[in-house]
Design a protein around this ligand. Sequence first.
Ligand code: F6R
Length: 592
Amino acid sequence: MCGIVGYTGKRKAVFILLEALERLEYRGYDSSGVALLEDGRIFVDKKVGKIRELIKSLWGKELNATTGIGHTRWATHGGVCELNAHPHTDGQGRFALVHNGIIENYRELKEYLLSRGVKYVSETDTEAIVHLISLNYEGDLLKAVLKVLPMLKGAYAFAVISSMEPNRIVGVRYGSPLVVGLGEGENFLASDIPALIPFTKKVIPLEDGEIADLTPDGVSIYDFEGNLKVKESITVHWDLLSAEKGGFKHFMLKEIFEQPRVVADTIKGYISRDYELPFSLKDFRRIVITACGTSYHAGLIGKYWLEKFVGIPVEVSYASELRYSDTPVGEGDLVIAISQSGETADTRFSALSAKEKGAVLLSIVNVMGSALSRESDYTLYTHAGPEIGVAATKTFTCQLAVLFSLAISEHPERENLINQLLKVPNLMEEVLSKAEGIKEVALNYSQKKNLLYLGRYLSYPVALEGALKLKEISYIHAEGYPAGEMKHGPIALIDQHMPVVVVAPKDRVYEKILSNIEEVLARKGIVISVGFEGDENLKKLSKDFIEIPQVVEELSPFLTVLPLQLFAYYIADYLGLDVDQPRNLAKTVTVE
Ligand code: F6R
């Protein structure tokens, strides 16, 4: 959802900005640009396409600036073209600005600016901010920004530089993420921590309503009234290696293979004998889970576990639906918001509105210091490390690890269940060791236009997740469905051309799903199944059978999802698609 970066220090800014932008490219990748304070003037270069287009354009240029800002765009207002790419400048080239988010009242602002004789050249909402700053500038960039903020409506983060104040960047956060990085004689700004990993581990994640004023020698944080704030920095533990591809062709593949390790890391945090929740789950009358996309699928699995082990009703809602619904949520409810980024607007705002109505807000988040983690009453972190591939994989299984640990935290059988959970990382390794076989199966289906994914009970959300993975990275239409529900409609789709992926571990609904497979076969559908090793019945019914090791029924999603992630990956890679940065998507969705 756009990435913004800033650097001020002693080194050549262009190199730092480009490296940071490449690390943020997963946030948006339709165009990019930089603005550099070069000899008292602002130099701007922007290009349509990936960051490499910008790098090519800057290649060989003698750029010595030590202060600058950069941007990678995921278009919201205005098509994808150089004119709409960021940074945007005022007419006189005195200011340059990069922005992430949406300025909802930009049409009014544009009218006003046009009436003041401003030449508005792009179709973006962003351009309004830079013109307003220019009109309100009286020799101090921070003061100009403070005057403009009350005029802006929406959710945004932006960074601005001025040719008249060569070693200064002002960054603002209101609804979209922005993190300050602290160095020695240099300071940084970025939308997300991974962009800063090569440069510093000391960061200050800004809160909504904060402004950072950066020079090479220091960073001051203010509120929107201009009052100085005292903020502590935090040290991030993610290392550079975990943000690199490490020999894998794509981040997604590397992240799939990291799962046994990061799931083990995540489990460790929640299984010690003296680990105690700050409250008792049984004190709540109900749990409401709110999340989007893959995190929502983790929530659906969490529901089964929480209902089984805690015994209170759990509702799972798409965050974008919950927020505007009349679902009564409030006192007596525990709201669990699940989000890898901790910045997803729908998830944050649905959770916050429940919190305002009296619910206790617990979040499950991967990014330390993210907005959701700060806004929650309690946060349980997934220790997945940075997830760079746009399609979520390792954060999904780490979310499952947290949800399972949470669900069993007060259960009398906790010890036993933990022992089962501790076996999971090795079993995941076993599944991944068969990746080549899964690849062979996947490639049989790379030319298909539609696939159906079926599962029941805990495997139903896994089927949804498998279908989501395939759609988002291979652009093949795939539909996840509860297997028992198929006969109420989707069965009409089945003929000899339709591949049906069936997730069928031996669990309480195993016999039922075998009958559902028979229904598919009776209509000549092509069955690809994921089931326990040695399951001859399933194998006989399937054109392709993917084996996973046996595991107790509750823990099967940790294993069944892995072949589906690989299945989607190998098809997308075979089709030559951009697996890590699929079209139209952004890793962090900070707009509603
Ligand atoms: C799918 C995917 C998205 C995210 C969704 C929520 O692979 O990555 O569906 O799961 O945008 O994002 P977070 O978890 O950051 O709130």
